[in-house]
Design a protein around this ligand. Structure first.
Ligand code: ADP
Ligand code: MG
Length: 322
């Protein structure tokens, strides 16, 4: 019911960036190779995500707004080996509880698609529509029906910063997907399918071209790949440090320290190295379900992972210094 949805929404939807994160993850899960993000007024007026993924049937389109209507878990065993992002089936229901939502979707085999309009969990329309293959999801006037939450949103630059963080994370994790970003009708990014190193340059600028050192390691427990920035280019602000575990962005101070420790006295005082590191590990050794919206995860054996990361970064730096 609407109230339960609104309560659940408090968990999942904290700000425009949370909507961006959920919609981008759904588009990625749907197998898209092009994703467009359109933002107006830092997401307070409009958040739209257009993908060319597999789309939904008219029945599934309707069901997708029901709580726990996930198509992504078929057995309890899956719960312990989560590979796709979605596993809760709460995001769309939660978003639709606190915004004015319009979804258009079509599968490749269907002649016509489906349009659904929902406002505050109330279905306003469901009808056939001509629309390209894939799904377009527009979220208008977030928290229009929860004034207390709406008033709590931060200034546009702050909310936009959070949106950009989510966009960066998705774009880095999936360089083979083309991403575009429009902000108030201006094209901010237009990135084709590309290699990770090119994606880093597309996102952070040409001056990253000469700065990336390849980092690669493989042990029985895990694989690491990605890039670290040259120590002389370390910055005084944090923010350009990215860890992905099984392609999911995570924050982990302990592992961050493993990287910094590997740089040792190469780093200028009070500065942080750039890094984009992907860790692949058997999902049974991690627990991603600590909290649905948190980016923290737990490892069985953090100490070993620390040692491996530190060694991998040290090795990369050593090759660079030859
Ligand atoms: P979850 O992602 O946890 O399964 P969501 O509420 O985010 O739950 O989405 C519900 C369901 O709607 C998904 O399981 C999926 O089947 C469908 N869905 C959502 N977004 C898309 C999309 N962009 N393309 C295709 N199917 C989608
Ligand atoms: Mg989802």
């Amino acid at each position: 019911d609407a109230l339960a949805n609104q309560i659940a929404a408090g968990e999942v939807v904290q700000r425009p960036a949370s909507v961006v994160k959920e919609l981008l993850e759904n588009s990625i899960d749907a197998g898209s190779n092009k994703i467009q993000l359109i933002i107006k007024d830092a997401g307070k007026a409009l958040i739209q995500v257009v993908d060319n993924g597999k789309g939904m049937s008219d029945t599934d389109a309707r069901l997708s707004f029901e709580r726990h209507a996930t198509s992504k878990i078929s057995s309890t065993e899956d719960l312990f080996a989560i590979r796709t992002f979605g596993f809760r089936g709460e995001a769309l229901a939660s978003i639709a509880a606190v915004a004015q939502v319009e979804m258009k979707t079509r599968r490749a085999d269907d002649e016509v698609g489906t349009l659904i309009r929902i406002e505050g969990s109330e279905i306003k329309a469901q009808e056939p529509v001509n629309t390209p293959v894939g799904t377009s999801f527009s979220v208008k006037n977030l928290f229009f029906n929860v004034p207390a939450r709406r008033n709590f949103l931060k200034s546009n630059p702050v909310e936009m910063r959070h949106i950009l963080d989510e966009f960066h994370r998705a774009a880095l994790a999936y360089p083979s997907i083309g991403f575009t970003l429009f902000q108030n009708d201006m094209e901010i990014f237009n990135m084709p399918s590309e290699k990770l190193s090119r994606r880093i340059i597309s996102l952070f600028g040409q001056n990253y071209k000469e700065q990336l050192i390849t980092c690669q390691e493989e042990t029985d427990q895990l694989k690491i790949h990605g890039y670290i920035g040259k120590p002389e280019n370390a910055k005084r602000t944090r923010g350009d440090q990215y860890f992905f575990v099984n392609n999911r962005f995570i924050k982990n101070n302990y592992l961050h320290h493993a990287v910094v420790h590997a740089f040792d006295n190469l780093l200028p005082d009070d500065s942080f190295p750039f890094y984009v590191l992907f860790i692949e590990i058997d999902p049974k050794h991690i627990d991603v379900n600590v909290h649905p919206t948190k980016t923290e995860i737990k490892f069985d054996d953090e100490k070993t992972i620390y040692a491996i990361i530190r060694a991998a970064v040290k090795k990369a730096l050593a090759t660079h210094n030859i």
